[in-house]
Every structure is written in C-alpha cells, then in structure tokens.
Design a protein. Structure first.
Length: 598
C-alpha cells in the first residue's frame, strides 16, 4: 500500500499544478496560430491547450507494472520487464530520436540537445506512437490527431494548412507523434528520413522538427533555465514540464531498449472526443474548466471495493450556479446566462524583423521580397490587428524608393500571425541607399525596426559622344565644348555610372597592337582639388592633368567632361572614356600648329 501511495501523490501534484496553469490560460481569450521565426516563447500557440498529453510519470508506470502478477498478454517476460522499468521504446521511434539529436548536434552544437529530451516529448505526447501501427519508415497506419482547436475547452486556432496535415479545413488540430500545430510545422518542419518530404505525421520528421524547435535561438540546454524555457515553449504547463523531465531522466539513467514497433499497446489518444476502447485513464486534458471527478486529485478511476460496513449516505446539496460558465458549456433553457466580461485585447510591446535587415537590388528593379515585421506582446505571443507604419526615410544621394501610388508612408494591419507586411517597394533609377522604418502605431517608446535597401548601378554596355567628334584646335588653345558622354545599357540611360577620362598619345590603327600611349605634353584638363572632400573639381587656375574620374552619370545617363585644352605640342591624340566594368569609348582629337594670323 505504501509503495502505491508515492506515485499517486506525485501524480496529484502534477494534476493540481496543471489545473492552476490551465485555469489562468483559459482567461486569456482566443489564441491564434504562430509560425514565428524568432525563438518561440511560452505564450505561442504551440504551447497552448491543444490536446491531452499523457501525464503519467515513470514512477506511476513502474508502480502499475510492479503490482501486476505474472506475465502479461502484451509480450514476453523480457519485454514486460523493459516496460516496467520505463525504458522500452519502439525501435523506430528510438532510432528517430537519436538521429534527430545527432543532426542537431552537427547544425547547432551549442544547444547540447540530449536525445532523451526528444524522447520525453514523444512519450508524453503520443507514447511514441504506440498502438497506431508504427512502420519502419516512420509513418503510422492510423493518424495521430488532437482535438479540433475551435476554442471550446482548447485554444482557438483557425485552419492554416488547408487541411493538408490534419484533415480539417476550418480549424487546426495538433498532428503526429509529437503533436505539432500545422502553422508551427510550417516554420519548424524538417525532413528527418531524407525522403524529400516534411511530414509531421512521420516520426523521423516530427522528431527532427521537435529538436529544431527545442534548440531555437541561442538556447543551451545544459542550463536548467534554457531547458525549462524550451519545454514551456512546447507546452506552457508546469505539470507537463515536470513529467517530460522525469521521462528524460529515466531514459538517461537506465539502459533504453528498442522493443518491436508492433508490440500490442492501447494507443494514447490526445483527442478526448476520439472513440477509444482503452480502459479509464488518469490522463488529464489540457483544457479549462473543472476537472472530471475521476481525474481530480485523490480519486481513482478504478472500481472501489465494497466496504464491509454500510456507508453513511451523504446529504444532497443544491448545486450553485457558476459565476463564469465553463468554455464549451451551454446555459440551461429558461435561464439568463451570466454576462461574461469582455476580454481586453492584448497590446503589442515589440516589433521583430522577419528576414534580413538589408536588401540589394539593381537600379530600376524592385526588390524581390517584401519588408515584414511581427508584433508581439510581453509573452512573445503574436498580436493580430496591431497597427504598423512603414516610413521611407532620407536617401543617400539621389536614390529614391516609393510604395505604390507614390506613397512614402503606409499603414499596415498585422494578420492573425501578428505579421505586418509592407507593400512592394518600387526603387528609382539612381543608385544609393534607402532606409525604411517600421513603427508601431500609437507608441513612441517601442523601438522601430529599420531596413536598408542598397540600389546598385546597372553596368553600362555602351558609351556615346553626344556632341559629335571633337573639332581640331590650335596648339595652346581650348577645344570647343562642352564634351558630354552618355552611358546606356541595352539602349536605356544608366544613372550612377562612374567614368574615367584619360588623354593618350596616338590613336588605334589597323594592325597596331600597341595603341595609344601615356600622354605628358599634349592636351590636358584643368582641375583643382577640393580641400573638403578630396574630389577633383574643374577650375580655371588648376594644375593640368591627363586623367581624371568624372562625377557619376545623372538620371539621363549623361556625364559632362571638364574643359579640354590643347598643349603646345601638335599631333593626334586619343580621349579615352571608360567605365569601371571595362566599357570603353575612344575619341580622336587633333592639335594643329598655331596660325600666325591669329
């Protein structure tokens, strides 16, 4: 008798803690699905009431096995002993857990994920898919589905997968051996068996997805605080955490044996409404409302032995109406329901950037992705309906970007996942930097999220002299000007192109492989160096130079050269203009002897 009292007491503590946690969760109002890319928090929908876990701790399992007499009908004596010690796991499930942990060790070595933790999740969620026809490829003959998440006793999560995984096109259901919500699977789903498919109903895929989820962010599961947060983010129940940890430590402390996948077993049903042939169980649904009598602490679902003396009858009491109806119950006909207080919508307290902070695109080409942020509350849960404003800030140089209809400021409402996506950006033809900020409406204290768009210049494939060939000029005189060069790409003007102009001696002649050479005494530009930015500026009193870099071409693709002067030496020269990508334009110029009459 004393031996059996220990597991019952421990189980009662779990139930009490669970009931307290769930009662608090039930008052928070409807929940929505979350496919967060950030570290999942205890307030995310995956952690909310979504089904019935098996909260029997290992001690209770051992107590039940130890109290049985002789060999059971479930298998051999060796298999029964393995189950009694709590260290028997179907061979395919055991292989899936170990491979998942091994894969995460390679990709996230700082997480230090033990496979026994993944096994603890699988044990509590579905008892390792036992009784569902587990196959060696990780699939099951029968689907493992939680209750319909329609807000009646469980979380309210409307359909996010079109019924692909859970067979329900109106509301979501947790699916598979580790009971993933479909929207969570969209972010954390994985291909654990290498078949090219991410299926939460396959224990190899589910185990690897669970491993990734537990290792989200920079968690190090060697630290108890990170371990606690990881399990709470999977199911926000202290009783759940306690039982998962007990199973993890049981697997770590004993020799875990792989038992046949088809060992006879009564399947654990996470959906209490599903038909079942199993005996009454101590499993408690993670839902709000008073616990059924059979599941209350200190009670048992087993028949009570007939007492030796007649029991004194209890006086009947008149039931009192509840001040707050239990979710999912109906008011008796003819009675006026007690008004329920309107839940206050939770407010966003932070914005999180989704995707990279920087985008890059070519001038005149819109970015290939939208800017997105997620609004969350103090618990890290998404806030549907949050108002976010996207604002295009100052640009560097002449670079520009706009939202549709030439808007530079737009307001966006977050969807049910708390995601606010900006309209597609349209960038101008001028290279440079553009900054866009996402601001939470109505709060000046919450930090804005910034994005930077780098607009690259389009490489020019052709250079054209707009004013025609430069005329000849006499030695010592300036050439007629101005000289203007246009840069184009596929016939369209290219802005932001940097050109280099160089004066060379000689011209390219047929069969001549040497071409023009450096010029030191012929034509030249006059420039002076700006003392503030070091850039070459045109000036009448500057030093003569034979090479310089021109300002970037403007929106029309045109760059204007400084005034060109003839030197004192006559001859034929080449004005060579090039781009950074190697596109070249050679312009011949000639210096003639000075006319004595002038």
């Amino acid at each position: 008798m004393k031996i059996r009292m220990v597991p019952l007491a421990r189980r009662s503590l779990c139930v009490v803690a669970l009931a307290a946690t769930l009662t608090t969760a039930a008052t928070a109002g409807p929940l929505t699905a979350d496919a967060s890319e950030a570290t999942p928090a205890p307030g995310n929908p995956q952690a909310q009431p979504r089904g019935v876990p098996d909260l029997d701790p290992p001690s209770a399992t051992r107590g039940d096995q130890d109290s049985s007499k002789g060999k059971s009908a479930s298998g051999t004596e060796e298999e029964d002993l393995t189950r009694a010690k709590g260290t028997g796991i179907p061979a395919t499930a055991l292989d899936a857990y170990k491979k998942a942990a091994q894969a995460v060790t390679g990709s996230r070595p700082g997480c230090h994920l033990p496979w026994e933790l993944v096994a603890g999740i699988g044990r509590v969620e579905s008892v390792h898919a036992s009784g569902y026809g587990l196959r060696t490829d990780g699939s099951t003959e029968k689907p493992i589905r939680g209750p319909r998440l329609d807000g009646h006793g469980f979380a309210l999560i409307r359909d996010t997968d079109g019924g692909r995984w859970d067979g329900d096109t109106e509301f979501d259901r947790a699916v598979g051996p580790t009971q993933f919500i479909p929207s969570t699977w969209q972010t954390w789903g994985a291909d654990g068996n290498g078949d090219g498919n991410k299926d939460p109903n396959n224990i190899y895929d589910a185990a690897l997805g669970t491993a990734h989820y537990l290792c989200a962010g920079d968690r190090d599961l060697r630290h108890s605080a990170d371990l606690d947060r990881a399990i709470l983010s999977y199911n926000n129940s202290r009783a759940y955490v306690n039982v998962v940890l007990e199973w993890m430590r049981t697997y770590q402390g004993g020799t875990v044996t792989g038992i046949p996948d088809d060992s006879p077993a009564t399947p654990h049903r996470p959906d209490p409404a599903a038909p079942s042939t199993s005996l009454p169980s101590r499993r408690v649904a993670l839902k709000a409302g008073p616990l059924p009598l059979a599941d209350r602490p200190g009670t048992s679902s087993r028949p009570t032995p007939t007492p030796t003396s007649p029991a004194k009858p209890r006086p009947e009491t008149t039931p009192q109406p509840e001040t707050k109806p239990t979710p999912g119950t109906e008011t008796a006909p003819g009675t006026k329901p007690t008004p329920r207080p309107t839940p206050q919508p939770h407010s966003a307290t932070a914005l999180h950037r989704l995707g990279a902070a920087t985008l890059e695109t070519a001038a005149g080409t819109d970015p290939d992705r939208q800017l997105q942020v997620r609004a969350t509350d103090t618990h890290g849960a998404p806030v549907p309906g949050a108002k976010v404003t996207y604002e295009i800030g100052g640009a560097e140089g002449a670079a520009t970007a706009q939202f549709p209809h030439n808007a530079r400021r737009v307001a966006v409402t977050a969807n049910r996942e708390g995601i606010a996506a900006a309209p597609r950006l349209r960038v101008g033809d001028i290279p440079g930097l553009v900054t866009v900020r996402a601001i939470l409406h109505g709060s000046a204290t919450i930090r804005a999220v910034a994005f930077t768009i780098t607009i690259r210049p389009v490489p020019a494939d052709a250079l054209t002299l707009l004013a025609g060939p430069l005329p000849e000029t006499a030695a010592g005189r300036p050439f007629a000007g101005p000289v203007r060069i246009r840069a184009t790409a596929q016939g369209k003007p290219v802005a932001g192109t940097r050109l280099t102009a160089t004066l060379l001696t000689g011209t390219e002649q047929p069969g001549d492989h040497t071409g023009p050479i450096e010029n030191h005494q012929g034509p030249y530009f006059t420039t002076k160096q700006d003392e503030h930015d070091g850039q070459n500026k045109q000036g009448e009193n500057g030093e003569p130079v034979q090479a310089l870099t021109l300002p970037a071409t403007g929106p029309n693709g045109i760059a204007t050269l400084p005034r060109l002067h003839a030197g004192l030496r006559t001859g034929t020269y080449t004005l060579r203009v090039t781009t950074g990508e190697g596109t070249t334009l050679d312009i011949p110029v000639t210096v003639t002897a000075t006319n004595p009459k002038h």
